[in-house]
Design a protein around this ligand. Structure first.
Ligand SMILES: Cc1ncc(COP(=O)(O)O)c(C=O)c1O
Length: 374
């Protein structure tokens, strides 16, 4: 009987394999890699010699709601509040944040409107809530307005949810138009700044800082797992929402808090990235130069940030291309369903600030030649 169950799992794995969508844990040997184009360490802070915090515990012993709420949390949240000008609350990861916030705030009688390409953690959070949800066409404000015109009156609270820089393609929504829509239809605006934090805005606070609209984003999420090169995440919101989440958010309440050493490190990272304006400028210049070169060779790219996605289509072809680039010393990963829609596998190049043109200049031709020959 048990073998029957196992065989069914095996059949599913075989099907994924046939479609080129099987995942495995890859062993990465730093010696094989000339250039790592798969890292989210966008500012290259892991290579910087930043003094480590001393004397902090590596364990926290319990949830933040019990004895895990060390003084280090206050320091970090105060710093976030100074920078963003509103209340903040810190969580264990972006995944914890996204699965917990909407499932706490949105309930029966509410509606969540979610961009089609939002990250899996956002989708999981919506599914955990008892609200209705509709996915609107990627970045399409007209599609969003149409849904709101038809549905707004039928619901109590409505949440519009989008990433600010989309994780897979590096493209961005029109955040100012989203703000106009949320005001017109009286909705909450939820923006996940995971891939903009550190990279966009004068102080690296994200796209909302760059567009000068932090105060208009009701629920602004950032994670320390990307450019901050650490772990943890936060929300910037009204203090009533903060108090509500402390009382209702299950992925905050029912999990062991991050240890004080990580929170101290996050405080240091936050203060460090705010000052890394030069790295941000270099990152944008280098990414634009690489994107321009790819486009000149007729390679179709998406986005306008330091994440450059190249649409390949077939999953197996994308896996083979990533493997070929790996052999040449470039670490990239194929992005395949279910992370992206079926038949739209893509290569995601993540340009980081410690790279220079010499590191990436050969890539466009390598990709072009491989695609022509295969
Ligand atoms: C848009 C977005 N939000 C949230 C997360 C999850 O963040 P974390 O890695 O901190 O759990 C990711 C991670 O890939 C992401 O891309």
């Amino acid at each position: 009987m048990m073998n029957d169950y196992l065989n069914k799992y095996k059949e599913e794995l075989d099907k994924l394999n046939e479609a080129g969508n099987l995942r495995s844990l890859k062993k990465i040997s730093p010696n094989d890699i000339k250039v790592n184009l798969s890292s989210n360490d966008y500012l290259g802070v892991s290579k910087k010699n930043i003094p480590r915090p001393k004397g902090n515990s590596f364990g926290s012993g319990s949830s933040r709601l019990l004895t895990g709420n060390f003084k280090e949390y206050d320091l970090l949240e105060n710093e976030l509040e100074n920078l963003y000008g509103r209340a903040s609350l810190f969580f264990n990861s972006g995944y914890h944040a996204n699965i917990g916030i909407l499932s706490a705030l949105a309930s029966k009688g509410d509606l969540v409107l979610c961009d089609k390409l939002n990250h899996a953690s956002i989708i999981d959070g919506i599914r955990l809530s008892s609200a209705d949800y509709i996915r609107f066409k990627h970045k399409d404000c007209n599609s969003l307005k149409q849904i709101l015109t038809e549905k707004r009156d039928k619901y109590d609270r409505v949440f519009i949810v989008s990433e600010s820089i989309f994780s897979m393609d590096g493209d961005e929504p029109n955040i100012n138009e989203l703000i106009e829509i949320k005001k017109k239809f009286n909705c909450f605006l939820y923006i996940d700044e995971a891939h903009a934090l550190g990279v966009r805005g004068e102080k690296g606070l994200g796209l909302a800082e760059e567009k000068n609209c932090i105060q208009e984003v009701d629920l602004l999420i950032g994670t320390f797992g990307k450019a901050m090169n650490s772990i943890g995440a936060f929300i910037i919101c009204d203090s009533i929402i903060k108090d509500y989440l402390i009382n209702k958010m299950r992925s905050l309440i029912f999990t062991t808090a991050l240890p004080p050493i990580v929170i101290s490190w996050n405080y240091i990272m936050l203060r460090t990235i705010v000052k890394m304006k030069m790295e941000r400028e270099h990152l944008i210049t280098l990414s634009n130069k690489l994107r321009k070169k790819l486009i000149e060779l007729d390679i179709k790219t998406n986005g306008n940030s330091n994440i450059i996605s190249i649409l390949i289509g077939d999953s197996q072809k994308c896996v083979n291309l990533a493997e070929y680039l790996h052999q040449k010393g470039y670490l990239t990963f194929p992005i395949r369903p279910p992370a992206v829609p079926k038949g739209s596998a893509r290569l995601r190049l993540s340009v980081c600030a410690q790279m220079d043109w010499e590191d990436v200049k050969d890539l466009p031709l390598l990709i072009k030649n491989y695609c022509n020959e295969n």
